[in-house]
Design a protein around this ligand. Structure first.
Ligand SMILES: Cc1cc2nc3c(=O)[nH]c(=O)nc-3n(C[C@H](O)[C@H](O)[C@H](O)COP(=O)(O)OP(=O)(O)OC[C@H]3O[C@@H](n4cnc5c(N)ncnc54)[C@H](O)[C@@H]3O)c2cc1C
Length: 158
């Protein structure tokens, strides 16, 4: 909603007729590339692998997601420069699920910036029938994610 329209609506609320509003709501539009088409799993341009993308421009939404995609791109770049091999971050981790989504899992035709969410995770074995509650399912996802992440970090120490 435009600022004027927001002010009009808020002033309908009893007691706010004379209010002045220090800050109104705003939406933002992200600049992003079509990562499912353009990037490989290590966030390099498929057509020019010496160019790597990081952060929001890769098609993620939010501070944490942008920072995560920056961290990941940085680690991949550092490993490449140092001549080290780095295992792809497991898809069972939040960062892995997100990078998998933007670089391959998402439909390129309808691709839009994505927040991290449980819908990006692969189903946990034994939970497919949905009989367990949401709390249990989310705990199963996060338990699996934590151990996969720790194992991935450990694997880089060799
Ligand atoms: C109005 C607004 C509100 C938001 N609110 C939230 C929120 O509440 N919570 C949330 O999680 N996220 C929010 N976001 C999203 C969040 O801000 C972004 O996802 C995040 O800041 C992206 O970080 P980034 O480092 O990837 O990119 P950016 O923060 O966009 O950083 C990119 C940098 O690159 C620089 N740059 C661009 N082109 C060049 C060039 N050619 N050469 C050199 N430098 C260049 C830019 O100047 C900029 O400093 C909001 C965004 C906006 C616009």
């Amino acid at each position: 909603m435009k600022y004027g329209a927001q002010t009009e609506v808020f002033k309908i609320i009893p007691g706010l007729q004379e209010a002045s509003f220090a800050r109104l709501g705003g939406i933002h539009r992200n600049t992003f590339i079509n990562s499912p088409t353009l990037l490989d799993a290590q966030m390099r341009l498929k057509s020019r692998p010496n160019i790597r993308f990081a952060g929001q421009i890769t098609g993620v939404e939010g501070y944490v997601e942008s920072a995560s995609m920056g961290l990941l791109a940085g680690r991949y770049a550092a490993a490449e420069i140092l001549g080290l091999t780095i295992d792809p971050i497991p898809q069972d981790t939040a960062m892995g699920a997100l990078v998998h989504h933007i670089t391959g899992g998402a439909d390129a035709k309808t691709f839009q910036p994505m927040n991290v969410n449980f819908g990006l995770f692969q189903p946990v074995e034994g939970l497919k029938n949905g009989r367990r509650g949401r709390k249990d399912r989310y705990k199963a996802y996060t338990d699996r994610a934590k151990s996969a992440f720790v194992a991935w970090v450990e694997s880089q120490k060799r």
